[in-house]
Design a protein around this ligand. Structure first.
Ligand SMILES: [Zn+2]
Length: 197
């Protein structure tokens, strides 16, 4: 199998149009051989983002020094400000014992990450490797809607991400990509988003 089962399971939490594109990107990368990628994280709850945001700020993180007493931060995004909350982002690592290719030849590792980025870009996704801080395994589907607006739709509807996904279909002009509020093949994303991680 080109994509491992755990990755397929994790991608079921994504906005379906994004899920489709992410699966194609992973499939085409893994079909190249040599390295295989797997999904590490898809939907991220609000409480988990709050905890991650605190690291290196109010909670001591790794790599603390005299100059950097709280250690390194792990995210720039506050709660509600990450595409991960809306089923619009994935984080990937390489399969096997070296998920970030740290033991690989530097050039070869760099080329592998670039090839992964090209697979994401070919599907119209934004690759985190292009950013200044190089979030190499991250990809997201950027839609012409503000984060605050996405939050509003999620909170007002009382049905978690489901009304948002209907709106995203409309903005992107894609045919309805999921089965609506009665689509029980979709996990209960509202509880996952707002409940304990
Ligand atoms: Zn990510």
């Amino acid at each position: 199998m080109i994509i491992d089962q755990r990755s397929i399971d994790l991608m079921r939490f994504l906005y379906p149009e994004f899920e489709k594109r992410a699966r194609r990107a992973l499939g085409s990368f893994n079909a190249r051989g040599r390295y295989s990628i797997r999904v590490n994280e898809t939907l991220r709850g609000i409480k988990r983002q709050e905890k991650l945001f605190a690291i290196g700020r109010t909670v001591k993180g790794a790599g603390a020094t005299e100059k950097l007493p709280m250690g390194r931060i792990v995210t720039k995004a506050e709660a509600w400000k990450s595409y991960h909350h809306y089923g619009l982002a994935i984080c990937c690592v390489f399969q096997g014992a070296d998920p970030y290719l740290l033991k690989e030849d530097k050039q070869r590792a760099g080329a592998a990450w670039q090839a992964l980025g090209a697979c994401f870009t070919a599907e119209g996704l934004t690759w985190g490797g292009r950013w200044g801080f190089g979030d190499m395994g991250h990809a997201e589907l950027q839609v012409d809607i503000k984060l605050d607006e996405m939050k509003r739709i999620v909170m007002e509807g009382g049905q978690g991400l489901l009304p948002l996904w209907t709106e995203l279909d409309r903005i992107l002009g894609v045919p309805r990509s999921w089965g609506g509020a009665k689509d029980f093949s979709r996990p209960a994303t509202n509880e996952l988003l707002l409940g304990e991680p």
